[in-house]
Write a protein that binds this ligand. Structure first.
Ligand SMILES: [Zn+2]
Length: 248
């Protein structure tokens, strides 16, 4: 049930064709798990919050540092040295106090996903390394949770939405494990913010039934030339995570 204040707050999106009061209620009743509260995940958390998501679970293990500040829209200079997830929660609570926020100041691991994943209706992967991305992908496939993969590097970004056993999982897309486990890749805040916004839109679509999510599609864009492209993706029968599976 939406309150009178909520109907007023969200009236400019409730009127979007295909959205309506039912979609707003579904958002309020939904939980999104966002793995990584950086330039991508922080932006996704912000826009899901202002859209009226009911609950967020935010995970991140690091403290805020000065070089993070070119992209951290939920953080202020005075928060440097503090845990990012707590600062993110504090900022979101000021922006939309109706959102319930649970934080986990830790990396993605099998142990913590066992506890938090069953609570999520959708998961957004914003981690900076393939070790955590692979763990998240494997557990989302195993628990049949819809996973939105959002990634960026330099001036480029990538986005796809995975339904386990129906669309290609991360391991189908990247069967070879890239040696990509480092901090320090280039980031322009406006690019990480853009892919964060797009991942929030994907989550809203998945949760409400609005529009067509990027199922079996990869959106790639290079903001240097402002080129946006969509590619078809295919499941791999030999995928080590989702291949050869027949749920029937
Ligand atoms: Zn797969």
């Amino acid at each position: 049930m939406l309150t009178t204040a909520e109907l007023e707050k969200y009236k400019r999106q409730i009127t979007i064709e295909g959205f309506g009061i039912e979609a707003q209620k579904r958002l309020k009743d939904s939980t999104a798990l966002i793995a990584g509260v950086g330039g991508v995940g922080g932006t996704a958390a912000l826009y899901l919050s202002v859209a009226g998501i009911g609950r967020l679970i935010l995970t991140h293990d690091g403290d805020l540092t000065l070089p993070d500040m070119n992209r951290q829209i939920l953080m202020s200079h005075s928060s440097i040295g503090l845990k990012r997830v707590y600062t993110a929660r504090e900022s979101i609570e000021k922006i939309n106090p109706d959102v319930s926020i649970e934080v986990l100041p830790d990396k993605v691991s099998e142990e913590n996903l066992d506890i938090i994943l069953p609570q999520a209706d959708v998961v957004i992967d914003c981690r900076h390394n393939f070790i955590e991305r692979n763990i998240l992908n494997e557990l989302c496939v195993k628990k049949k949770k819809i996973l939105i993969e959002a990634a960026m590097n330099d001036m480029e970004a990538y986005l796809t939405t995975i339904i386990p056993y129906r669309t290609p999982c991360l391991s189908c897309i990247y069967p070879e494990k890239p040696e990509w486990d480092y901090l320090g890749f280039n980031v322009l805040g406006a690019v990480s913010g853009t892919i964060g916004c797009l991942s929030a839109i994907e989550a809203i679509k998945v949760l409400t039934g609005l529009g067509e999510p990027l199922y079996s599609k990869l959106l790639f864009f290079d903001t240097k030339g402002m080129e946006f492209k969509k590619f078809n993706l295919h499941r791999r029968s030999d995928c080590g995570v989702c291949g050869y599976y027949n749920p029937c």
